[in-house]
Design a protein around this ligand. Structure first.
Ligand SMILES: *Cc1c(COP(=O)(O)O)cnc(C)c1O
Length: 339
């Protein structure tokens, strides 16, 4: 089976499994798991932050960050396509009692001018603008990425106006594979950073929240109240360490595969358009009367598992477990399909 519904579908490779099975573990609620401690320290150092916190998911790292950065009756400013708004079950309201101030812009990206215009004056009847969240790469924005020179004006604005800036970096390594910029420079531009190990990096579970030591100390308490305090989770952290050491440099391959698929899709008569492919996400529309549902069912007949993004919109995702041989099979299948 070829599974391109997401880059979360990867399963541990033999090398990763070995690392997991030989992990040293302890009780992480007492900070006694050496593998988790090592992962947190390594990731924090990579991004130039004082401390890190290992969590079960990127939703949890984002939600903890939002919770620690804000008070009730504050608001967060983000793109309307943001994961923190779209796909975290409204957690900003449920967990933190804050409002959201949504911006628009091409490919899921926002600018400093937009943020400046969105910051609210302080009145009793308005929420207080407290936090800006950027996503890099942008998921619903089709895998687009920011370069640091686009982020810098937002960083400067947040500093000047006393707002916090959080990075939802679920796929930050995909962005860096294209820009060639460093993790240290990324860390410099944000108060806090969330990274996912379970997307393109191929770990089965896990995300990290990185930031100042006092921030992470508060974040640990919030993680606990959310039920995210794990015990011998070093088996999972070992997979994360392995992923950071072995699976970052190869992300370029996923991007190359995605661009080859983009070129193929553009040549097909039943495809309406393909969003510009920038990393490992390929978002495109099928031509009516063809619908996503019919297209997905047809792909399934060829053992290809893909997902809809709308009635006419599809998303393919390349990843560690999508091999060159699978790419070749996909291309032939796409060519031979008729509607
Ligand atoms: C996947 C993802 C997350 C975190 O998702 P979890 O499934 O909770 O780990 C956060 N932000 C973005 C942009 C994502 O794509």
């Amino acid at each position: 089976m070829i599974n391109i519904i997401s880059d979360t579908v990867t399963t541990p490779t033999p090398g990763m499994l070995d690392a997991m099975m030989s992990a040293q573990v302890g009780d992480d609620v007492f900070k006694q798991d050496p593998s988790i401690n090592a992962l947190q320290e390594k990731a924090a150092a990579m991004f130039g932050k004082e401390a890190g916190l290992f969590c079960p998911s990127g939703t949890m790292t984002n939600q903890i960050a939002i919770n620690v950065h804000t008070d009730r009756l504050d608001e967060m400013i983000c793109h309307k396509y943001s994961h923190v708004y779209q796909y975290e079950t409204g957690g900003y309201g449920f967990n933190s009692g804050i409002a959201v101030n949504l911006l628009d812009g091409p490919h899921g990206k926002i600018t400093a001018d937009q943020v400046a215009a969105a910051i609210k004056p302080v009145y009793d009847w308005l929420p207080i603008s407290k936090l800006v969240v950027l996503e890099n790469t942008n998921n619903k924005g089709g895998g687009s990425y920011y370069r640091l020179d686009e982020i810098k004006p937002i960083t400067d604005l947040c500093k000047e106006r006393g707002l916090r800036l959080h990075l939802d970096g679920a796929r930050i390594f995909n962005a860096l594979a294209e820009t060639g910029e460093s993790t240290l420079d990324v860390g410099n531009h944000f108060d806090t950073v969330s990274i996912c190990l379970s997307k393109g990096l191929g770990a089965p579970v896990g995300s990290l929240l990185l930031g100042p030591a006092d921030f992470i100390a508060k974040a640990r308490r919030v993680r606990k109240v959310m039920g995210g305090g794990m015990r011998q989770a070093g088996f999972l952290a070992a997979a994360g360490l392995y992923a950071l050491e072995n699976n970052v440099d190869r992300l370029k391959e996923d991007h190359e595969h995605a661009r080859i698929i983009e070129a193929k899709l553009k040549s097909l008569p039943y495809i309406e358009n393909v969003r510009p492919v920038q990393t490992n996400l390929i978002i495109f529309d099928v031509k009516p009367p063809l619908t996503s549902d019919v297209y997905i069912a047809k792909l399934k007949e060829h053992n290809i598992n893909a997902a809809a993004y709308g009635p006419q919109t599809m998303r393919f995702v390349t990843h560690l477990d999508f091999s060159r041989a699978m790419l070749d099979k996909l291309l032939v299948t796409l060519d031979n399909m008729r509607f």
